[in-house]
Design a protein around this ligand. Structure first.
Ligand SMILES: [Zn+2]
Length: 135
């Protein structure tokens, strides 16, 4: 015998729920119509951001010896909080005609930096080598 609970819905229930759902959609649509494009984008971004997992510290370890010895350009994306933080710190003259910029990076920026380097190496450089060497 099945344990499934069978719920019999009456026509009244269906009409009521459908009407309620319709009204809810109308309310959401009217709210959406009132928002400016930038507010709509902000709401869309907030919904997307809810699904993202913030990286753990152990996934955000950076190794200068690896980073600065790689071939090609060095591209670093910083979030607005990191940019704001670094903007308040002074550049330091470190000798041999060099100035060191402050470069503090949060776990999100470090994790992204590692991912970006990994994707570039495994999905771009190795793919190009495979194609070029006909491997
Ligand atoms: Zn950051």
């Amino acid at each position: 015998m099945s344990d499934k609970k069978v719920t019999k819905r009456t026509t009244e229930d269906v009409v009521s729920k459908t009407a309620s759902k319709r009204k809810q959609n109308e309310v959401q649509e009217s709210i959406a119509e009132e928002l400016s494009p930038s507010e709509k984008r902000k709401e869309w971004l907030k919904e997307k951001a809810k699904t993202v997992k913030i990286p753990e510290e152990d996934a955000a370890v950076i190794k200068p010896g690896h980073i600065f010895l790689e071939q090609g350009p060095l591209i670093i994306h910083l979030c607005s909080e990191c940019k704001k933080f670094n903007a308040q710190r002074p550049a330091t003259i470190v000798g041999e005609g060099r100035v060191e910029l402050p470069m503090a990076m949060c776990a999100i920026c470090r994790h992204h930096f590692n991912r970006q380097r990994s994707v570039r190496f495994f999905e771009h450089e190795l793919a190009a080598i495979k194609r070029d060497m006909d491997l």
